[in-house]
Design a protein around this ligand. Structure first.
Ligand SMILES: O=C(O)CCC(=O)C(=O)O
Length: 261
């Protein structure tokens, strides 16, 4: 880490104790609408592209490059690095747009590398270490009315898991202690990848727009046999700020990593 920034201590403390936090104002208020618009308007092109090509042949960040500079926001990355160590990479990037009247109510899980339904997971009992930080970039406000993500504070430290075969938890049912993460557009929900979390129903008339970006320590294997490791075209990557390049350098199309190799 460059220098210790004490102003971000409260987020680190909450992440350590509760497994989640919301950092407000990571994307400035006067920029967030343009990012949201690019994310929303590009999703149909991404879907069309996915139908015509292999879904994993172009990284989604290439469809909304205006988000890229924010992914290395200093205050935000300070917290990620406090949790994962000074050298981090982005493992996965995905659209998370909940359409109006979205109905799936609960589907509790932990995230890579703790998602027990994915082939590439660590087994229970999970190591007592932070192996991933999942971040949800709120491009519209997250509220209890429009599908703010459900989280169950403290469960990052639980030996059980909603998808644990012998743990007797119904992943599709409410869980005592659950709450919905809320925040203004431009905020980021940050979660220890072990925390039990779920998408939420949205009775709202408008989409709830977000992007999920998962961060990993440099040493974690990010080869998912092609799945969710789509490359970024070099001309898109080349215009990213240097700090964002560090995060995505392992995903540049047709190029050996310059930084990590
Ligand atoms: O979209 C959400 O609110 C939750 C997304 C989620 O659970 C995930 O990406 O793992």
């Amino acid at each position: 880490m460059d220098t210790l920034d004490r102003t971000t201590d409260k987020y680190v403390t909450q992440l350590e104790r509760e497994g989640w936090c919301v950092m407000e104002g990571v994307i400035p208020a006067d920029e967030v609408d343009a990012v949201r618009e690019e994310v929303e308007t590009s999703e149909p092109s991404y879907k069309k592209f996915s139908e015509e090509h292999d879904r994993w042949s172009k990284n989604v960040i290439a469809f909304f490059p205006s988000l890229a500079p924010h992914l290395s926001n200093k205050r935000f990355l300070n917290v990620v690095k406090a949790m994962l160590g000074p050298q981090v990479r982005i493992s996965q990037t995905e659209y998370k747009i909940r359409p109006p009247h979205y109905e799936l109510n609960r589907a509790y899980h932990s995230d890579f590398p703790h998602d027990l339904k994915q082939p590439w997971h660590v087994n229970q009992p999970f190591p007592k270490a932070v192996l991933g930080i999942t971040t949800l970039w709120m491009l519209t406000p997250f509220t209890t009315e429009n599908g703010g993500t459900w989280v169950v504070p403290g469960t990052h430290a639980s030996p059980k898991n909603p998808r644990g075969e012998n743990d007797g938890i119904d992943e599709f049912a409410p869980i005592p202690g659950e709450l919905q993460a809320t925040g203004n557009a431009g905020s980021v929900l940050m979660m220890d990848s072990r925390i039990w979390h779920s998408n939420a129903a949205s009775p709202s008339e408008k989409p709830r727009t977000a992007v999920v970006v998962r961060y990993a320590p440099w040493w974690l294997n990010l080869e998912f046999f092609g799945v969710n490791q789509a490359p970024i075209p070099a001309d898109v990557f080349d215009i990213f700020p240097e700090e964002t390049k560090l995060l995505y350098d392992h995903r540049v199309e047709g190029r050996e990593s310059k930084i990590w190799a």
